[in-house]
Design a protein around this ligand. Structure first.
Ligand code: ADP
Length: 842
């Protein structure tokens, strides 16, 4: 594009405009089309499956276009595929010379306000990251709902966990100095946007944030949103601070493996959220999802959440309450569209319908006669005035378009009624006017007529002209052979009204709509509060309903690391099969070695435990007859056999990476669940590693752990390690075939039953028989060796943690892209490394 002058002036305008939006697809308005040129055209024509043409703009340039009135779907398609779209409109009237164009809107995956792409039940987050000497700061927001969150003091790993957890769509960075971070963000398919301004321009929104760097991180995000979206975002709410220390740590592997909100197989019924979310409103559903993916450690807060569920457990009014809730629209997103002027009358009608149901809702809440619910109810403001205005003004079947009338009710605005009346009943007005003028003047043959040149007129015959008095305000317009034609001010006004009544009524409706919208905007904050309270009510009512339906109980929480789960069930598996419930009784620092044949239910047992813990620490009731649980600071899992082939890692490598997460980060307040560690390598390697890890967790960490394995040789560890207990899942051999009882019982399983399971899978009988013979031989010959190996456990103990920490420091250093680092960034990073080192030394 060096030689810009070779292009036509319009294309030069395009090229200049595009310079500022290099990473976006520019929709360039040309009459009734949005056109795309050059590389944008090549990319967009492919993604949108539209024809690629060329335009002669001095020289031929590639071009494709979409009609402006249908642009929305095309924009949605591009944005949902991770593109940014800049809309360049004509901002001066077409006429002489080149029409000026400006980008009036930037739509990116993290900046969507219009609905259509957004899922009701999920947030659509955009975030910013900054590094301070105390660790990473992560601020994130959903501009469609106005919600904002901030976490600080994160390590790179916990930052990435949270990013994955909230399904971030776009991230704003000041620089790309941390190449590893940038690469991971790209691997997560997150759109990266660069922005520099992190000055605090909106103090009110960041007032709850204490540290300056955190205020800056939040401001970086806000400034980007305010300046780049080119929308009014007055609905953004002040940042909610999540204290990282109060969160239970769930690393991203845990989230994935346990299928809390996302299914590994794509079947939503295998996720926990599918079963526990019976909310009726979008905001309730989003809140529940947020709670479930952010379990906490604060006993008091958890108890209070249980209290709410308990309060809502009375059955009778609940159905009516849920029915009322189901009539409530997504207030946050309605407010978002109203504040950013992306709204239509239908949105306001939805708001009206919503408010219409509040009195009934309050009535039902009162029926509970419960103090907690009463306190919630006090916060539910009916917004009577707003409701009355909307109800008085808006027609229920208002259209989506706001400039073609049909929005405002009769009787709301006198002028509008008149305009509509004129448009409808113009003729009768004229007859009435005629009569009125005849009476006033006493001229019986006075006529009101119309011609194209003079418009409406009053015609008076020659003989009667003397009857016209000055005070009538008749203005002579035309002289005829036998009379005169006049107009009056009233008639002129009426003419204007008549002729333009329709357009005028549309314009007036639009004006009234704008007024109502502005008036509604004044209620923005209190509507957001209402939404928040309704979300809470909806969520707890739903949790109460789910607890009743599926027999969940209120857990007891203890601080001395005792686990007593009576008849625990897996909340998802129990929905699919007749579930055999199991007890879990665990002492502080206890390690279970869980054996049993494949398919007997080891993995299900461990997942059941993890899910019960997460549900309890999210504030939910749990699937058991009784549960007394500790409050864990983290859950680490190594479950399932997800091969990260795309990431170039073998099963074994994935296993080790995930295990390492637990080995380096778990504390004695953590829960570790390892399923079949060491399976991906040779038997002796695998067993040796498994043993080493168990010993390390037993002796050095002191966390509670469940370790499932088909190396039943590992059960011998219970003899040398005092906190190790053996459990096995019962299975019976009946006439050479396996019967799974799914019952977990004390003691080790006697053998691994691999061949019997193979038999169940219909492996040819010949192979089965041969395998049994080989097994017998093997068992005989290797018994001695194995015993020897397990006497060696002292020698294969793992190294201490320190080298790994130094490795972490080195990694941090190595990942810095010096060329992209400013001196200030360098100092912050250095300070952070020192903090990290000091922390690890402790
Ligand atoms: P393992 O980990 O021992 O190979 P899984 O935990 O994967 O076995 O269980 C295999 C299957 O057995 C599960 O998919 C489930 O259908 C069934 N199952 C497991 N535990 C139970 C249980 N307690 N009650 C009923 N069915 C169960």
């Amino acid at each position: 594009m060096e030689d810009i002058l070779k292009y036509t002036p319009m294309m030069q305008q395009y090229i200049r405009l595009k310079e500022d939006y290099a990473d976006a697809i520019v929709f360039f308005r040309l009459g009734d089309f949005y056109e795309m040129f050059f590389d944008d055209a090549l990319v967009a024509s492919k993604v949108l499956e539209i024809a690629l043409t060329a335009r002669d703009a001095g020289t031929k340039v590639p071009m494709c276009g979409v009609p402006y009135h249908a642009a929305k779907v095309y924009i949605q398609k591009l944005v949902s595929k991770g593109f940014k779209v800049a809309i360049a409109e004509q901002v001066t009237e077409p006429g002489k010379g080149l029409v000026e164009r400006e980008v009036i809107k930037l739509i990116t995956p993290g900046m969507i306000i219009d609905d259509g792409i957004l899922k009701d039940a999920s947030f659509n987050f955009i975030g910013s990251i900054e590094l301070s000497e105390y660790g990473y700061i992560f601020a994130y927001a959903d501009i469609s709902t106005g919600d904002t969150f901030l976490l600080d003091g994160l390590t790179k790993e916990t930052l990435l966990d949270e990013i994955k957890n909230v399904e971030l769509k776009e991230v704003v960075l000041k620089n790309l100095a941390d190449s590893k971070l940038v690469q991971t963000l790209r691997d997560f398919n997150i759109v990266i946007s660069m922005f520099q301004d992190d000055e605090i321009h909106n103090p009110a929104l960041v007032k709850s944030i204490i540290s300056k760097p955190a205020k800056q991180a939040a401001s970086l995000l806000l400034n980007y949103l305010f300046s780049q979206s080119k929308q009014q975002l007055s609905h953004m709410m002040p940042f909610q601070i999540t204290k990282t220390k109060q969160l239970m740590h769930l690393d991203r592997h845990v989230l994935e493996h346990l299928e809390l909100t996302e299914s590994l197989s794509g079947n939503p019924k295998s996720t926990l959220i599918y079963w526990v979310d019976q909310t009726k409103t979008a905001m309730g559903s989003r809140m529940l999802r947020y709670y479930l993916t952010h379990p906490i450690k604060d006993k008091e807060v958890l108890e209070s959440r249980y209290d709410y569920i308990e309060a809502f457990k009375i059955y009778e009014p609940r159905e009516r309450l849920q029915e009322t809730l189901s009539k409530i629209y997504d207030i946050n997103r309605l407010v978002g569209r109203i504040a950013s002027n992306n709204t239509n009358a239908r949105d306001l009608v939805q708001l009206k319908y919503t408010l219409e149901n509040i009195p009934t809702l309050k009535e039902i809440l009162r029926e509970y006669k419960n103090e907690l619910i009463d306190t919630l109810n006090e916060k539910v403001d009916s917004h009577t005035e707003l409701y009355q205005m909307l109800d008085k003004a808006l027609l229920d079947d208002a259209p989506i378009l706001v400039k073609e009338g049909g929005m405002i009710k009769e009787g709301y605005n006198h002028d509008l009624d008149e305009l509509r009346d004129i448009a409808l009943h113009g003729e009768s007005w004229l007859t009435e006017f005629e009569n009125q003028e005849r009476e006033k003047t006493g001229i019986k043959n006075l006529k009101v007529g119309y011609n194209r040149v003079f418009g409406y007129y009053i015609e008076v015959s020659k003989g009667n002209m003397s009857l016209i008095k000055d005070e009538f305000g008749y203005i002579r317009k035309q002289t005829l052979a036998n009379g005169e034609r006049y107009i009056t001010q009233d008639l002129k006004v009426q003419e204007d009204k008549l002729l333009h009544a329709k357009e005028k009524s549309f314009a007036l409706e639009y004006e009234i709509f704008q007024e109502i919208k502005e008036e509604t905007k004044k209620y923005m904050n209190s509507l957001q509060e209402l939404s928040q309270t309704l979300a809470k009510i909806d969520m707890f009512v739903s949790l109460a309903a789910v607890s009743d339906k599926f027999n969940y109980v209120r857990p007891k929480l203890n601080l001395n690391f005792m686990v007593e789960i009576e008849n625990g069930r897996h909340p998802v598996v129990e929905q699919h099969v007749e579930f055999i419930s199991n007890h879990i009784t665990m002492k502080p620092q206890e390690i279970f070695i869980l054996t049993g044949p494949n398919m007997s239910g080891k993995s299900t047992y461990m997942r059941m435990f993890a899910l019960i813990v997460i549900m309890a620490q999210s504030g939910m009731f749990v699937p058991a007859n009784r549960a007394n649980l500790p409050i864990y600071d983290a859950i680490f899992t190594r479950i399932g056999s997800s091969d990260d082939i795309a990431g170039g890692q073998s099963t074994f490598m994935v296993e080790m990476v995930e295990a390492n997460e637990a080995l380096t980060k778990a504390t004695k307040e953590s829960l570790i669940l390892f399923d079949e560690i060491g399976r991906g390598t040779a038997t002796y390697d695998g067993m040796a590693l498994a043993q080493g890890m168990i010993e390390y967790i037993h002796n050095d960490i002191g966390a509670q752990m469940m370790f499932s394995t088909h190396y039943h040789e590992l059960t011998k560890l219970s003899e040398s390690l005092s906190n190790v207990t053996n459990l096995h899942v019962r299975a019976k051999e009946e006439k050479d075939t396996m019967v799974f009882l799914h019952q977990v019982e004390p003691g080790a399983s006697d053998k691994s039953y691999g061949i019997q399971v193979a038999q169940l899978a219909h492996i040819p009988e010949k192979i089965i028989q041969r395998s049994k013979t080989i097994l017998k031989k093997l068992e005989k010959s290797s018994k001695e060796q194995l015993t020897n190996l397990f006497d060696l456990h002292e020698e294969i103990k793992l190294e201490t943690v320190l080298p790994k920490d130094i490795q972490e420091l080195l990694d941090e250093l190595e990942n810095v892209d010096i060329d992209r680092l400013t001196p200030v960034d360098a100092l912050v990073r250095l300070k952070y490394l020192q903090t990290l080192r000091n922390k690890n030394k402790k």
